[in-house]
Design a protein around this ligand. Structure first.
Ligand SMILES: Cc1cc2nc3c(=O)[nH]c(=O)nc-3n(C[C@H](O)[C@H](O)[C@H](O)COP(=O)(O)OP(=O)(O)OC[C@H]3O[C@@H](n4cnc5c(N)ncnc54)[C@H](O)[C@@H]3O)c2cc1C
Length: 419
């Protein structure tokens, strides 16, 4: 894929129009007055029939899964073995679906990467975690309403003492209690945490053994459960369109029906790595939206702002900034196209490739936003000009989903193991 198709461009134009008419007027309230972004996101979902598409996709997936379970039961094999034996086939529809997921992310990121984060964590990470490892009953109970944004989801692994070393330093625990479990611990920096209806809570099974040997389990929690407290939104540097909060669990009693996959033998560490891969690749589309918008604003400004009797675009040092923005835009766009192309071939990035993709896109987007503020001079520092918000918002791309340093060690580890 070397450029957007006509179909892609027409979808992009409709979403761009929606952003202009529906998102832009609400940006001030969302960014500066603490208004949550969910109403505008639900309107987006309804306007573009995304909920109906999700319902159809869900029905198809559940049907296939039931057939897979029936086959496994008839053959006496395990459903997991069945899943391993069924590699994804090339399909242009899957490529189109990936493009359809990325185009709204690119367009919304021009206005508010925070809104995109709130959307991605709910419909993406949380729903995908349940769809990847949950039982059919759990998918029907929680995932479908997340995929249609009727409910808001949060995915909680980070704790006050464990971020980069998410598993090693994890203190949240589940203890067996009759047929069920008692959960305790606290989580922080959780996107949608303050408002989430459904929370995927990742913890370790405490069997009195050494913490580093404990199994990792994921549970699905509902808002309002006794012992669960969801904090108010935390104050942040940027990304105000995405409410971030803490979760406190004080002896929350749950049945086995809330244990993802309803088995303690679930490969939770592997599932979490799948979630990291998805989270990291999604940064490319956000970075593209940010870079395209910064470049557009910079070109306009360079053509109109005058100093020393000239348009600033005539100064070579300003031209260098514009040229470097274009190089970043081309590279990031190519990484977006690669993901669409891979999806069409039934493939996806490995964790190491996703890490390399995220590292490059996050750093390039941050550099472009920084240079845009510089190009705008004092105006770039003022909230009235949008570049100030984009600059603050871009900073998180180098932190969440794994910091730059963690991406670097992931890439290097993979090279040293396989190279
Ligand atoms: C806005 C926002 C939203 C978030 N949303 C979620 C969410 O929805 N769910 C969730 O679970 N988490 C979420 N997070 C948490 C995020 O994933 C973590 O902040 C991130 O993984 C880093 O962890 P930390 O903040 O504990 O930093 P630390 O791990 O304490 O890192 C501190 C510094 O040390 C460096 N460092 C750590 N280990 C190494 C190493 N081995 N080598 C070199 N350097 C190292 C780091 O790179 C960093 O520079 C969110 C964070 C933010 C800011």
């Amino acid at each position: 894929m070397i450029e957007w198709s006509e179909t892609h461009a027409s979808i992009r134009d409709s979403i761009r129009k929606f952003c202009e008419t529906e998102v832009k007027p609400k940006i001030h309230a969302i960014e500066h007055e603490g208004v949550p972004p969910y109403e505008v996101l639900r309107k987006l979902i309804a306007t573009f029939g995304i909920a109906d598409m999700a319902r159809m996709r869900f029905a198809g997936q559940i049907e296939k899964e039931k057939a897979r379970l029936a086959r496994a039961a008839a053959e006496g094999s395990t459903p997991d073995a069945e899943r391993e034996r069924a590699p994804r086939k090339p399909s242009p529809e899957a490529g189109m679906e990936m493009a359809m997921r990325m185009i709204p992310v690119i367009e919304l990121s021009r206005y508010s990467p925070g809104i995109v984060t709130a959307l991605g964590v709910s419909m993406g990470l949380t729903a995908n975690a349940i769809m990847a490892r949950g039982t059919i009953a759990q998918k029907e109970r929680w995932a479908l309403s997340l995929m249609t944004l009727e409910t808001i989801g949060a995915w909680a692994i980070t704790e006050p003492g464990s971020g980069s070393d998410a598993f090693g330093a994890m203190k949240s625990v589940a203890k067996r209690d009759g047929d069920g479990y008692v959960l305790s611990g606290s989580k922080t920096f959780i996107t949608n945490g303050p408002y989430a209806d459904t929370i995927v809570f990742i913890c370790k099974l405490d069997e009195g053994n050494e913490p580093k040997l404990r199994k990792v389990l994921s549970f699905v929690l509902d808002k309002g459960m006794p012992g669960l407290t969801q904090s108010k939104p935390l104050q942040k540097l940027g990304l105000h369109g995405s409410p971030t909060g803490e979760l406190f669990l004080d002896d929350v009693r749950v049945g086995k029906d809330r244990l993802l996959g309803e088995t303690e033998e679930q490969p939770a560490r592997a599932a979490t790595k799948e979630t990291f891969t998805a989270e990291r690749t999604a940064v490319a589309a956000m970075a593209l939206g940010l870079v395209e918008e910064c470049q557009r604003l910079s070109i306009d400004y360079a053509k109109t702002r005058e100093q020393f009797g000239k348009k600033i675009g005539e100064f070579q040092l300003i031209q260098l900034k514009l040229a470097k923005m274009e190089v970043a835009r081309m590279n990031i766009q190519n990484l977006v196209f690669r993901q669409i192309e891979m999806a069409g071939e039934g493939r996806s990035m490995s964790l190491a490739e996703a890490s390399a993709c995220k590292l490059y896109c996050a750093q390039a987007a941050m550099e472009v936003c920084n240079e845009t503020v510089q190009l705008f001079g004092g105006n770039g520092y003022m909230a009235e000009y949008r570049v100030e918000q984009l600059f603050r918002d871009a900073r998180v791309l180098q932190i969440y989903g794994g910091t730059d340093e963690i991406q670097i060690s992931q890439i290097a580890r993979s090279l040293l193991e396989t190279g």
